[in-house]
Design a protein around this ligand. Structure first.
Ligand code: ZN
Length: 144
């Protein structure tokens, strides 16, 4: 089956499972914010992040989501699922802390993904409203 992907700035539209329990990805739209383009000058990196995210979405299944949701949290944070989702969410939201709005140009080290809710652990990729991009300082304050 062919999937269409658009690289433009649009809102996340979470995929929902169909009647047979599979995810329909035709409507998945990939986007960058203007800031991402400013902070990641290398277009190949931006495309690589999107490609990994698309591959991740294509590989997701209700069974895999269930496994992820039951995994010890430490192990969960080490999964490719979390790494690829994280890079995509951070990039699509403009590479900035959503609390203090500090811009950080580095992809992996300085910005973290905070769970506003753990209700959809393992299926965050279609519940991105559960996630917030925070710098380390703001993330630490969330748990104080
Ligand atoms: Zn911050």
């Amino acid at each position: 089956m062919m999937h269409k992907f658009y690289m433009k700035f649009v809102l996340d539209r979470p995929a929902k499972p169909n009647d047979s329990g599979e995810f329909e990805l035709e409507d998945l739209e990939i986007h960058f914010s203007e800031d991402s383009q400013r902070f990641i000058h290398n277009a190949e990196i931006r495309i690589a992040v999107c490609h990994r995210f698309i591959k991740l979405c294509s590989s997701m299944s209700p069974k895999l989501e269930a496994e992820l949701s039951k995994m010890p949290y430490r192990d969960f944070l080490d999964t490719d699922y979390w790494a690829y989702l994280r890079d995509y969410v951070v990039m699509s939201r403009g590479m900035r802390c959503e609390a203090c709005h500090h811009n950080v140009g580095l992809l992996r080290d300085s910005l973290e993904l905070h769970h506003i809710s753990y209700d959809h652990r393992g299926s965050e990729w279609r519940h991105m409203e559960d996630l917030k991009v925070l710098c380390r300082v703001c993330h630490a304050q969330e748990y104080r």
